[in-house]
Design a protein around this ligand. Structure first.
Ligand code: ADP
Length: 375
């Protein structure tokens, strides 16, 4: 227990002792000197009278000084008592919250994140307790997020794995016929798993801020044109009109492959969520210090309640949709993190049954000829 507590008590006792000793010494010296001066300067008395006064007053002076000394000792004892009690109370008030903090830190270290330390008053120790509780709350939030993430991952991995396992077992037992179509469907499940694992890895790296970005000067218009061209077949197959607006170069500083991934995610979402006969348009513009790209579709749109969450990890508007056609709800989370890692921003506008527009803005490059690395 509190060596700090005993030290605080000791300090207050020592202070009391020193003060009393100082008062005693000063008082004894001062009274003797004053009395001597009084006798020496008695105006009407000659040297004999003064000598006689000294002789007469000798013992009362002694008694007077003794009384003062006794009073000082008495005060010393009272002072020491008060100092000990006050020191103990103060030391307890200081050390008790510190001990509560130490206990709290030990419990949190053992994983009991629900623990909170009591906060009393408004002094520095109360401030420390408040900071401690805020830290525990932050740890709880992180832990809850981690638990949720693990549950989501287990769920997402579990579904395609269960399909694969059931089918393969059926094939091994001879209950399920091995056909090219069935094999293709199982192969599709492995692709879903591969994409999920890749997305999770990207997200983890982005969240830790360790995803390496190979930044270069990139013409956003040219990049969008390439992504649109690679998606043309998918659009044709679905009977969708796919077009690009904007032809002037808009040069941004970005990792070419990662921004292609962003555009590809936005475009494949738009194609997936737009019914036959609909239209998808990609528009690239320069707006001040930003290069902006928007992907607009005439598809199903997103309910207002979901709109604020579409960029959240594992958020799916239609949870019941088959995972082989939809994703795990990681695509837009990756888009957001990737764009923000470039110092950019993302947005969405949508109206149910009218369509959605997803946008991303990236910082434009300083004006100079497009470098060889980016183009
Ligand atoms: P997923 O990979 O499951 O599609 P995303 O993160 O890309 O996940 O999208 C999150 C949710 O947002 C999806 O469930 C989807 O329903 C919705 N969404 C994304 N893009 C569009 C769009 N263009 N139109 C309608 N809904 C969309």
């Amino acid at each position: 227990m509190g060596s700090l507590r005993s030290r605080l008590v000791l300090v207050s006792v020592l202070v009391a002792l020193v003060s009393v000793a100082a008062v005693g010494v000063v008082a004894a010296r001062l009274t003797a000197a004053r009395f001597d001066a009084f006798v020496r300067h008695m105006p009407q008395a000659g040297p004999q009278v003064r000598q006689m006064m000294r002789g007469m007053m000798g013992s009362p002076e002694r008694r007077f000084l003794d009384d003062i000394q006794r009073a000082i000792w008495f005060a010393a004892v009272i002072g020491l008592g008060v100092a000990t009690v006050a020191g103990t109370v103060t030391a307890r008030r200081i050390t008790a919250p510190l001990q509560a903090l130490a206990t709290g830190a030990r419990r949190i270290g053992r994983g009991d994140l629900s623990h909170e330390v009591p906060v009393t008053g408004h002094d520095e120790i109360a401030e420390m307790a408040r900071t401690f509780n805020a830290m525990a709350a932050d740890l709880r939030r992180v832990e809850d997020g981690r638990r949720e993430l693990l549950a989501d991952i287990a769920h997402e991995l579990g579904t395609p794995l269960a399909v694969l396992q059931a089918n393969l077992e059926g094939m091994l037992d001879g209950v399920v016929e091995v056909t090219p179509a069935r094999l293709a469907s199982l192969h599709n499940q492995t692709k879903v798993l591969t994409r999920l694992v890749r997305d999770l890895r990207d997200l983890a790296l982005l969240r830790e801020g360790v995803l390496r970005l190979d930044r270069q000067r990139v013409d956003l218009t040219q990049l969008a044109r390439e992504v649109v061209e690679t998606s043309q077949t998918a659009a044709d197959e679905k009977g969708l009109t796919l077009a690009l607006s904007g032809s002037a170069p808009v040069v941004v500083v970005a990792d070419r492959e990662r921004i292609a991934q962003v555009l590809h995610n936005l475009l494949s979402n738009a194609l997936r969520h737009t019914d036959r006969g609909g239209a998808v348009r990609v528009t690239v513009t320069a707006a001040g210090a930003e290069g902006q790209v928007e992907v607009a579709d005439s598809g199903a749109g997103i309910p207002a309640d979901d709109l604020a969450h579409v960029f959240d990890r594992f958020h799916r508007v239609d949870r019941s949709r088959s995972r082989s056609t939809g994703g795990a709800g990681l695509g837009l989370a990756i888009v957001k993190q990737l764009v923000e890692a470039h110092g950019g921003r993302v947005w969405v506008r949508s109206r149910e049954s009218e369509g959605s527009t997803f946008g991303a803005a990236l910082p434009v490059a300083a004006r100079e000829p497009i470098g060889s690395r980016g183009e």
